[in-house]
Design a protein around this ligand. Structure first.
Ligand SMILES: Cc1cc2nc3c(=O)[nH]c(=O)nc-3n(C[C@H](O)[C@H](O)[C@H](O)COP(=O)(O)OP(=O)(O)OC[C@H]3O[C@@H](n4cnc5c(N)ncnc54)[C@H](O)[C@@H]3O)c2cc1C
Length: 435
């Protein structure tokens, strides 16, 4: 095993770990990255939408060789009940730009490519190596890691914890609490393979254009959660996730939800005749701003999902992971350049820089959303989708009923289900949490 001391050790080779390691290596620091998987990406699960802006800051010319699937020209939001969906679709020719803003990717391929850039930059990358423990000195300062390899004790000035949402190192060392069941979603996902032309015809696409569908409603059976359908070149990623605490409470199973989602009349035709080649399950941190743990300490920082940096409202996680990884590395580089130690006082720079970025500003903006959604999940994920669907059907069905009568009927249905007070209360609470 490696005897020498490193400037930094990064635990994990996901989006956050790769961003941190790449930035540290690009700045000339001696950095070791440890990943328990066979290769970077082998353990990682994502929908997956890649946000170009954040990657461009790390690898400006990534479009030349990164394994990208489709660039997104359309986003659909579906509010579903058991037989229908009400959709808000945004499609723009402007997304067919020279440097597209968002792509679909397949994480296992993408992470492998990302890792090749990390190695090219000069970092030492060791896969199939699990970090089992953080080494702390008598004062509690983190001074290195222990791994599952023989003699696997390695020292560094600072350890970057990029171990993902269910990483245990930080919690074992009592640097951060274990995420609560109401702060994490369990998502399951399948990859449905279809001929390229079939995907393009079904999703109204040409060339490498792509579309993503985000779906909420009765598919989650009153639990806080969402489904997604993303078009790749030759497969469709489809999945659904709900809060772990809701699964515990209801006894529903993720697999049961996925089966229902797939057989929904709006979804089934999109994947008809497909061959399922992959099935994966993974946690997503969804506790929001209030669930963010302490982000730095004596000799350590935590980034990405391990730091609960995930914007569930906008379905963004990988970009927050990449940005927090890059910012942590930049802070470490600045401290190193000043020849100062990696104390908590100095590493507070990471938090200060993160606070100034979109990451913390977005997390803060939606700070009340997770609790609101959780407490009112029956209304937001069951009652309203059913009411909206009925109102829409009433609106479009032509049956000789005067329009005034139709409007009264729809309004009556809302008031009977929620009461005036309930309706105004819900609108007020959403507006307040959204602002
Ligand atoms: C179903 C699903 C769909 C998603 N869709 C999207 C999407 O479309 N767009 C988006 O932006 N985000 C999406 N996300 C969120 C996104 O995947 C995460 O935010 C992102 O992967 C976080 O990156 P990370 O590097 O923090 O963690 P991870 O990608 O989880 O990486 C952590 C790494 O650490 C390694 N590791 C853990 N413990 C140890 C250890 N002790 N020793 C060594 N290695 C260790 C793991 O093997 C892993 O490689 C989705 C998530 C899920 C589950």
């Amino acid at each position: 095993m490696i005897e020498e001391k490193f400037d930094a050790i990064v635990v994990g080779a996901g989006m956050a770990g790769n961003a941190a390691t790449l930035t540290l290596a690009q700045r000339g620091l001696k950095v070791l990255q440890l990943e328990r998987g066979e290769y970077s990406g082998s353990k990682n699960v994502q929908g997956a939408i890649l946000y170009a802006d954040m990657l461009e800051k790390l690898v400006p010319d990534f479009r030349e060789d990164a394994p990208l699937e489709r660039h997104l020209v359309e986003q659909r939001f579906w509010m579903m009940d058991d037989n229908s969906h009400v959709g808000l679709h945004y499609r723009s020719e402007e997304f067919n730009e020279e440097k597209p803003n968002r792509y679909t990717i397949i994480r296992a391929q993408f992470d492998k490519w990302f890792s090749s850039k990390v190695k090219e930059a000069g970092a030492t990358v060791l896969c199939e190596t699990t970090v089992t423990e953080l080494i702390q000195d008598a004062y509690g300062r983190v001074i290195g890691v222990r791994t599952d390899r023989a003699g696997g004790q390695i020292h560094a000035d600072v350890v970057v914890l990029a171990e993902g949402v269910n990483g245990l190192l930080g919690t074992r060392a009592e640097l951060r609490p274990r995420p609560k069941p109401e702060n994490v979603a369990l998502a399951v996902k399948e990859m449905h393979f279809l001929p390229r032309e079939t995907i393009e015809a079904r999703f109204n696409l040409k060339g490498d254009e792509g579309v993503v569908i985000e779906a909420a409603g009765t598919i989650s059976r009153g639990m806080t959660g969402m489904g997604f359908i993303y078009a790749n070149k030759e497969c469709v990623s489809l999945g659904i996730g709900c809060l772990v605490s809701d699964f515990q409470k209801t006894g529903e199973t993720p697999y049961g939800l996925l089966e229902r989602f797939k057989s929904h009349p709006s979804v089934a035709p999109l994947i008809e005749g497909s061959e399922v080649k992959e099935y994966a399950a993974h946690l997503i941190p969804e506790g929001g701003f209030k669930a963010i743990p302490q982000l730095y300490g004596e000799g350590w920082v935590v980034v990405g999902d391990a730091a609960q940096l995930n914007n569930a409202i906008h379905r963004e996680g990988s970009n927050l992971a990449m940005t927090s990884g890059r910012i942590a590395a930049e802070a470490i580089f600045q401290i190193k350049s000043r020849r100062e130690p990696m104390t908590a006082k100095n590493l507070a720079l990471y938090k200060a820089m993160l606070d100034e970025s979109f990451v913390m500003k977005d997390m803060k903006k939606y700070k009340d959303m997770p609790a609101l959604m959780h407490i009112n999940s029956q209304n937001f994920f069951l009652t309203y989708p059913q009411l909206v669907s009925k109102a829409m059907q009433n609106f479009v069905r032509v049956d000789g009923t005067p329009k005034v009568e139709k409007e009264k009927r729809s309004l009556r249905a809302f008031v009977e289900a929620r009461s005036w007070l309930g309706l105004f209360g819900d609108a007020f609470r959403i507006a307040r949490a959204w602002r």
